[in-house]
Design a protein around this ligand. Structure first.
Ligand SMILES: NC(=O)c1ccc[n+]([C@@H]2O[C@H](COP(=O)([O-])OP(=O)(O)OC[C@H]3O[C@@H](n4cnc5c(N)ncnc54)[C@H](OP(=O)(O)O)[C@@H]3O)[C@@H](O)[C@H]2O)c1
Length: 260
């Protein structure tokens, strides 16, 4: 399917662009004619032709500085930033298992890369009077799951609040700032999780998926979102087609969020 998003020649940075949602965003923006740079710790298994790759750990201040410098040097400026990187490695067991180190890990991955990269790259956008920033949050910011992702959920909520504040400051300068809040997305890691759960209880992949959906309180649509569906939404939001949108969060969760 092809659609003209009006993104030809736009200079874009996508963080976490080698797997899952980020990989779909990289491919979608590149196919739409954008000049794309992306970053992860490890090289992608399949590189997208023409996409510039920076290998670094952006959970660190030095990693963010490396990415910002490299991207500005390679692209000569920046028009679009899609902050996809994020995730959780906290142990199960609730709040008591979350020591300071676990909290800092979640904040370092889910909040600080956006803060640091925006601080380095937004002045250029403000100066040129144009730019779009998308922060990928999570429905857990409003629907936290206490078993193992309290700190992740809190970090995503902080990211949302930070993003809203940023939008108020820079929208008058022509820089739009938006949030995309996914529910469960069928990434490679999600498929592996459903397969593991299926083996544990002796069911098939669809049964494994159902276990995850039940844990979320059900997904009215009956399935997780696909990474490409999240990428389609992000491509629209960074495009001129969404030129009146800023400071808002768009949820893509198949109806999981049970409130208005
Ligand atoms: N999947 C879901 O169901 C879901 C639901 C709600 C929200 N989200 C959010 O959507 C975003 C993408 O999730 P996903 O599931 O698509 O992710 P994913 O498949 O786990 O991919 C994560 C990407 O980020 C990179 N990355 C991880 N840690 C990094 C680090 N310290 N420095 C640099 N790069 C790093 C990974 O590459 P390397 O490992 O090689 O570094 C990879 O490219 C995240 O913010 C997540 O919180 C996902």
């Amino acid at each position: 399917m092809s659609f003209d998003f009006g993104l030809a020649g736009k200079r874009a940075l996508v963080t976490g662009g080698t797997r899952g949602i980020g990989a779909a965003v990289v491919e979608t923006l590149a196919n739409a004619g954008a000049r794309v740079a992306t970053t992860a710790r490890r090289l992608p298994t399949v590189a997208v032709p023409g996409v510039h790759f920076v290998a670094t750990d952006i959970a660190t201040a030095d990693g963010c500085a490396t990415v910002a410098h490299d991207v500005l040097t390679h692209l000569g400026g920046i028009d679009l930033i899609v902050h996809v990187v994020g995730g959780s490695s906290a142990p199960p067991g609730g709040f008591a298992m979350l020591n300071d180190e676990e909290w800092m890990k979640e904040l370092s991955l889910n909040l600080m890369p956006a803060v640091r990269l925006d601080r380095a790259l937004l002045p250029g956008m403000v100066e040129q009077g144009f730019g779009v920033v998308v922060h990928v949050t999570s429905i857990q910011g409003r629907l936290p799951l206490p078993e193992s992702t309290t700190a992740y959920a809190a970090a995503k909520a902080a990211l949302s609040t930070y993003s809203k504040s940023l939008s108020k400051q820079v929208s008058p300068d022509g820089v739009r700032v938006l949030r995309v809040s996914p529910g469960w997305v069928e990434t490679e890691a999600a498929v592996a999780l459903a397969e593991r759960l299926a083996v544990d209880v002796g069911t098939d992949y669809e049964g494994g998926k159902q276990i995850v959906m039940n844990a979320l309180g059900g997904i009215p649509l009956g399935r997780p979102a696909r990474p490409q569906e999240v990428a389609n939404l992000i491509a629209f939001l960074v495009s001129p087609l969404a030129g009146a949108m800023t400071g808002t969060e768009i949820t893509i969760d198949g109806g999981t969020t049970p409130v208005v």
